[in-house]
Design a protein around this ligand. Structure first.
Ligand code: SAM
Length: 275
């Protein structure tokens, strides 16, 4: 086989999604660089692959890189895998792949599963343009700020989220992006409890609030992009805000109108305080 770095996708749950070429490559290379060797050992065993493995992630020490470098410089080949799905997609590997290009090594993709693409393919949201955001910040303030920056993005938004943060992230999405935005929670794709929930954000929040099973396992969240004009405050909305803010504090008035019209609370609040 040609010397170089092979970037190999592995399944995101269902082992039958392993592509035959991935098995061949993992069996043929001299070394498999895995995000976590203990995690990947059962996968390799399942496919009868006995290639030596080493741990590699973006914070590995210089020794790990030197071992990969040594192998490829001697004319050998190394396969990079992560715990699941496609390496580099919210997974380690970027530094190694950049280094490979800098060294002039051949870099070969062995495509396969990726949760973001699997989720997009079944979400029923526009796929002609999408924006992959990976994981939002864990802290509420930073997460809301990032959502706020995305509020006018017209492409479909794709996020990865940890199960224990799914509900609060959905609540933030509802508050910042507006409850009427269509969204999809794609859970445990390719596995026994695979579920795809598609509903406006306000309804999706209710579904997860009332059924904690819906936030279990591995989850991709997708949100429809902003519609043209969704950032505008129409005269009707402005009048309602004006009336409510005669008797209510701006934050509360903005919250009521945001809920009623599925609009972004922050946009309405900013309007009220800048009048
Ligand atoms: N490299 C992987 C890929 O190509 O999809 C992603 C790795 S990232 C560390 C793990 C996140 O991907 C999970 O927290 C979840 O958001 C998403 N994910 C992975 N497997 C999934 C699955 N079977 N169903 C839904 N989401 C999944």
């Amino acid at each position: 086989m040609e010397s170089g770095l092979y970037v190999v996708a592995t399944p995101i749950g269902n082992l039958s999604d392993m592509v035959p070429r991935a098995v061949e490559i993992l069996q043929s290379v001299d070394l498999v660089a895995a995000e976590d060797t203990r995690h990947s050992a059962p996968l390799l065993k399942h496919f009868g692959i006995d290639t030596p493995m080493m741990a590699y992630h973006d914070h590995s020490d210089a020794g790990a890189l030197a071992r990969i470098e040594g192998c490829i410089e001697r004319g050998g080949s190394v396969a990079l895998i992560s715990d699941a799905g496609t390496p580099l997609i919210s997974d380690p590997g970027f530094r190694l792949v950049r280094h490979a290009h800098e060294q002039g090594w051949s870099v070969v993709p062995i495509p396969g599963a990726s949760a973001a693409i699997a989720a997009l393919s079944v979400a029923g949201l526009p796929t002609d343009r999408f924006r992959f955001e990976g994981f939002l910040p864990a802290k509420a303030g930073a997460r809301r700020n990032q959502l706020d920056e995305l509020a006018q993005e017209s492409s479909t938004l794709v996020f990865y989220e940890a199960p224990h943060r799914v509900l609060e992230t959905l609540q933030d999405m509802r508050d910042v992006l507006g409850g009427s935005r269509m969204a999809v929670l794609a859970r445990e794709l390719t596995k026994a409890f695979e579920t795809v929930l598609r509903a406006p954000l306000s309804e999706l929040v209710e579904r997860v609030e009332t059924d904690s099973n819906q936030s279990r396992g591995e989850i991709v969240l997708l949100v429809a992009g902003a519609e043209a004009g969704s950032g505008e405050i129409t005269p009707e909305i402005a009048r309602m805000l004006d009336l409510l803010s005669d008797t209510l504090p701006p934050r509360q008035a903005a919250g009521l109108v945001a809920d009623a019209f599925g609009l972004r609370k922050k946009m309405l609040y900013d309007y009220l305080i800048s009048r």
